[in-house]
Ligand binder design. Structure first.
Ligand code: SF4
Length: 245
């Protein structure tokens, strides 16, 4: 790489770190202690245990985008349909190489019908910018399409009822990589109860498939715990290396 290219790459890197709110001293201090450091070899993929197929999702598994969107908009498969204002289907490039999977709509998402808006959404945008990507270049969806009242954690019944929709979205997008943000997304995608802290830093395989999943912290968590942003930055670097192949 030439010197001007190196300089402009470093300038971009600093801008991304600043946008994510990561002081440079903190990045250096924290990332060195992490399992995956900058420039380290990419660790091997870990396969999650297979999960039984849900027969109730058979019809959903055959839907195209239009039918799927309509099915979600009219869905009454769990009690969250009674309290939602809007369903939050998903946004972005439907043939993206990277898919972001979050937890469930919050109050603002419920109002707007779009995932990751508000402060957490802005931080996600900055995280994507750190990868050189804009929101429209990835596909973003949640485990749940309707907001749990009071932003409580989704129940097992709710995630099971909603799972076929996300499964179909993943099949239709067919992304090269999935980034699970937060524990609820990681636990449901990978059928595990391990903490985000233990799941991050290595690649996993979606149960029953060959798609790679990386795990990082949810932007809303990072807003509450900014000292963890350096770990998210390390996760993004691992993701960038995986995407580069
Ligand atoms: S959360 Fe999912 S399963 Fe429940 S009503 Fe909404 S779309 Fe249907």
């Amino acid at each position: 790489m030439s010197e001007p290219e190196e300089t402009s790459r470093e300038t971009l890197r600093r801008a991304c770190l600043q946008a994510m709110g990561i002081p440079r001293y903190r990045l250096r201090d924290r990332v060195e202690a992490e399992p995956v450091a900058v420039g380290e070899e990419v660790p091997p993929v870990e396969e999650a245990p297979a999960r039984p197929q849900d027969g109730a999702g058979d019809a959903v598994a055959r839907m195209d985008w239009q039918a799927l969107e309509a099915a979600v908009a009219g869905c009454r498969a769990c009690g969250l349909c009674k309290t939602r204002r809007n369903t939050v289907f998903g946004v972005g490039d439907r043939s993206a190489g990277l898919m972001i999977v979050g937890e469930a709509p919050g109050a603002e998402e419920d109002r707007k019908g779009e995932p990751f808006v508000g402060r957490a959404g802005m931080l996600l945008d900055n995280m994507l910018a750190a990868l050189g990507l804009q929101r429209q270049q990835v596909y973003i969806a949640n485990i749940l399409k309707c907001r749990p009242p009071g932003n409580r954690n989704p129940s097992v019944e709710e995630t099971a009822a909603c799972a076929p929709y996300l499964q179909r979205q993943i099949e239709l997008v067919a992304p090269r990589m999935i980034l699970a943000v937060g524990g609820v997304a990681a636990h449901n995608l990978l059928a595990t109860e391990e903490s985000v802290g233990r799941l991050r830093g290595r690649a996993h395989l979606l149960p029953g498939g060959s798609r790679e999943v990386l795990v990082t912290y949810h932007p809303a968590y990072l807003l509450r715990r900014p000292e963890e942003k350096a770990k998210a930055w390390a996760d993004l670097q691992l993701l960038a290396r995986r995407l580069r192949g």
